[in-house]
Write a new protein. Structure first.
Length: 595
């Protein structure tokens, strides 16, 4: 029988050979010659044999002794002799530590060179533009998706037409504005309009924020500007949109009389150069957005750069309704939902606020287990966005709750009796935000001018809460602090800015405003009047507020009985609508307001 060389023993043999009886190697040779063994396994210097009965024996041979030297290679002998080849396994185990060390060294070298390549690549791309690019197919926004800014869209139609048909203008010698500056309060849709222009024109849209140009290293911002405009020229016709350009476009000259030399100014200088250096017919239009046009550098606003400015106001009544309709497209609304009512309740809100209202309404509907948005969900969403979330966990004492009820009803009663005051909408003594209660007046339509009579009625209504506290409880609390601040500010504006003061003040504006109000915050006022005029202003404010406070107290005292009836209902229900107020106060229901 031939001698076989195997790599791995059969399964189960290890256990079988573990119980083998040990015999001398000479006895195993005699057994082989006599044919007593079925098979012999040679493993290194160990020899295992299996008899015909299944018994196992083992022995040991010399390390260098071969099967031929033992005489186990007789071809006539039926015994199977197997030699287990373990040299490959032993060799692998021997070289494994060296192999692992070699792999570790190679991996370290590769990682080191990759890190160097990354750092070099980062250094080389540090001055590259970080503008996000959307091609014509990616920009899905259209003018139909922008509601409430009809005048702004009309101004931008020319830009779209130029990008689509530039030859029509060039052949007539017309030049389209190189830069379009969108100016408006936050949330009015400046970025949305820019995307709509790119979508309508079907051109690539490069968008970047002004703050992304400026870095701590000098020259990086200017390099990014150059790279941005170079990419734009390659992809012409296209639109470059710079959001919040006031971050980099502020007026120069802040560091001494000779001007500054900081990174921001170098970036602005590069923007000015690139905008004025466009070749004729490149068809690249730069659009920018800001809510602080008063701080922009004059060179940025001159003809040839941002020579077209489009002001985007907060939406009026019709615009608010259209914006609500746009945001309700992808939401499930119940039948009978009246968006015009919601539009009337959101005077002064922007498009972003209206989008937030529709989203909050959808959340309310989902929390209440509805399958569609109902009118109460929209009403609650308006109140949450405009007044704040209800704080039902805030526990008031019975006296505090009673004082709050009379305070809010004092606002409602006086405001209802003042002919020029906005119509009453709702009264609540449920805490919202920092307020313990709310009296909500809503104008029926948008107003762009205000009369002196309306200002006085508004001051009187603000003081109605304090008047009710003093008459009912013969005591005053801190609840009217915000009312007094508002009333004082209105009265001071009448005296200083609107020419509605007395004869001593005359028709003169006092105090020079620094800047323009776009963020809802009054700009700083520089005093440009004498101490005598300041005394007259203070006297006018004090006397006017005293007169309106006496007027409010007279109204509350005259209708004391009705006030008690209203307070009893409000303390029980915590919320009162206009219809409920009129039913008790005038003995009828309806929305007509008593003159």
């Amino acid at each position: 029988m031939a001698v076989y060389s195997i790599t791995n023993p059969a399964r189960g043999e290890e256990k079988m050979f573990a119980d083998a009886r040990e015999v001398p190697i000479s006895e195993m040779t005699r057994g082989y010659t006599a044919g007593d063994f079925e098979r012999i396994l040679v493993r290194d210097n160990k020899v295992f044999a299996v008899t015909h009965s299944g018994a196992t024996v083992q022995s040991y041979k010399e390390a260098g002794e071969s099967v031929s030297q033992l005489g186990w290679n007789d071809p006539e002998n039926p015994t199977v002799v197997e030699i287990e080849n373990r040299e490959a396994a032993n060799l692998f185990l021997a070289i494994l530590p060296d192999l692992l060390f070699f792999i570790l060294i190679i991996s370290g070298i590769v990682w080191l060179f990759r890190g160097i390549a990354r750092s070099q690549s980062s250094a080389l791309s540090f001055g590259k533009s970080r503008a996000r690019v959307a091609d014509a197919k990616q920009v899905k926004t259209r003018f139909k998706d922008v509601a409430g800014a009809e005048e702004a869209k009309e101004d931008l139609v020319e830009v779209v037409d130029f990008l689509k048909n530039p030859k029509k203008y060039i052949n007539l010698g017309a030049k389209i504005p190189k830069g379009v500056l969108l100016v408006g309060a936050p949330g009015t849709g400046k970025t949305l309009l820019a995307r709509a222009v790119a979508g309508e024109a079907g051109v690539p849209f490069f968008s970047i924020a002004g703050s992304e140009f400026v870095e701590m290293f000098v020259g990086v911002g200017a390099s990014r500007v150059r790279d941005l405009f170079m990419k734009a020229k390659r992809n012409a016709p296209c639109i470059v949109f710079i959001d919040e350009i006031d971050a980099v476009g502020r007026q120069r000259g802040g560091a001494g009389f000779g001007g500054g030399h900081d990174e921001r100014e170098q970036t602005l200088n590069q923007i000015l150069t690139e905008m004025d250096g466009f070749e004729q017919g490149t068809n690249v239009i730069v659009m920018a957005a800001t809510n602080r046009p008063d701080v922009l550098d004059h060179a940025l606003l001159r003809p040839g750069r941002f020579d077209r400015r489009i002001f985007i106001d907060k939406p009026d009544l019709d615009a608010r309704q259209k914006i609500l309709e746009v945001h309700m497209r992808n939401k499930k609304a119940a039948k009978g939902v009246d968006l015009s009512t919601v539009a009337k309740q959101t005077v002064g809100l922007t498009g972003a606020d209206l989008e937030n209202i529709t989203n909050e309404a959808a959340i309310f509907a989902a929390k209440r287990g509805r399958k569609s948005i109902a009118q109460p969900d929209l009403v609650d969403a308006v109140e949450k966005v405009t007044l704040g979330s209800e704080k039902k966990s805030r526990k008031l004492t019975e006296r505090e709750k009673k004082i709050t009820a009379y305070h809010e009803l004092g606002h409602a009663l006086v405001g209802h009796l003042c002919p020029e005051s906005d119509p009453l909408h709702k009264i609540s003594i449920v805490s919202r935000g920092s307020a313990l209660g709310v009296t909500w007046f809503l104008p029926q339509e948008d107003q762009y001018t205000t009369s002196k009579t309306k200002f006085l009625d508004e001051i009187c209504g603000l003081l109605g809460g304090r008047a009710a506290e003093e008459i009912i409880f013969n005591e005053i609390t801190t609840g009217a602090s915000n009312d007094i601040e508002q009333a004082s500010q209105i009265c001071r504006n009448m005296a200083m800015h609107y020419g509605m003061g007395d004869e001593d003040l005359g028709i003169v504006a006092y105090g020079e405003k620094q800047g323009t109000m776009f963020l809802g915050v009054d700009p700083a006022v520089t005093r440009n009047y004498s101490e005598q005029m300041a005394r007259h202003i203070d006297e006018f404010v004090r006397e006017t507020i005293q007169e309106q406070y006496k007027r409010a107290k007279d109204m509350v005292a005259k209708h004391r009985k009705k006030l008690d009836e209203l307070a009893a209902v409000l303390l029980k229900k915590e919320t009162m609508s206009l219809e409920e107020f009129l039913e008790i106060f005038e003995g009828k229901s309806g929305k007509e307001k008593k003159a």
